[in-house]
Design a protein around this ligand. Structure first.
Ligand SMILES: [Fe+2]
Ligand SMILES: [Fe+2]
Length: 187
């Protein structure tokens, strides 16, 4: 799955604040749908309850983020979202590849990569946005995406042990450190 990170960051950085918010609102709501699909499939395939629960938590959190960003958006721009022609970075066409229990390893791997990408992009945007509140929201979301990565990585390690075969090392965070998440007062 070749995602051209630089091209996406460049395109997103060129968006107005209104377009950027529209993009992330749609993206977070699609991310919600994506994780619900994974949760359902994991359940159907008889995978561990903990894993199903992790996917469900990520779905609910993504919905929460999309909703919060939409509240901010509505206060400024009303209900109508801008159409932005950039593919969502956290939503991958993975469900067709999730056919048997052991496929979960590559599914988790791809999902981790997209969480890292989302984190990197939110961080980039945070640096570019001048408005204090929106900057804080992006900063918070960057940290949350890293937490999504951490949760997926825990599941990944458990699944690798369970279905062990020759598997790549998980994708790494830029710093390798876990960050503390603090919610800004505006959300
Ligand atoms: Fe997200
Ligand atoms: Fe995420």
């Amino acid at each position: 799955m070749g995602i051209d990170m630089t091209a996406i960051v460049e395109k997103l950085a060129g968006l107005s604040e209104k377009e950027a918010l529209s993009y992330w609102i749609t993206g977070e709501h699609e991310e919600e749908r994506f994780y619900w699909e994974l949760a359902e499939r994991a359940k159907e395939l008889g995978l561990d309850d903990d894993l199903v629960e992790t996917f469900a938590i990520l779905a609910k959190e993504s919905k929460g983020h999309g909703d919060r960003l939409f509240e901010i958006y509505k206060r400024r721009y009303g209900e109508q979202l801008e159409k932005v022609d950039i593919p969502p970075v956290e939503v991958l066409p993975l469900i067709e590849k999730f056919k048997k229990a052991s496929d979960v390893i590559s599914i988790l791997y791809e999902a981790m990569k997209s969480e890292l990408l989302a984190e990197a992009i939110y961080e980039e945007l945070m640096k570019k946005v001048r408005n204090g509140d929106v900057g804080k929201v992006y900063e918070y979301l960057a940290m949350v995406e890293q937490e999504h990565y951490n949760q997926l990585r825990k599941e990944y390690e458990i699944c690798v042990k369970k279905y062990s075969r020759g598997i790549e090392a998980p994708p790494q965070t830029s710093t390798g450190e876990e960050k503390m998440i603090q919610k800004p007062s505006c959300i």
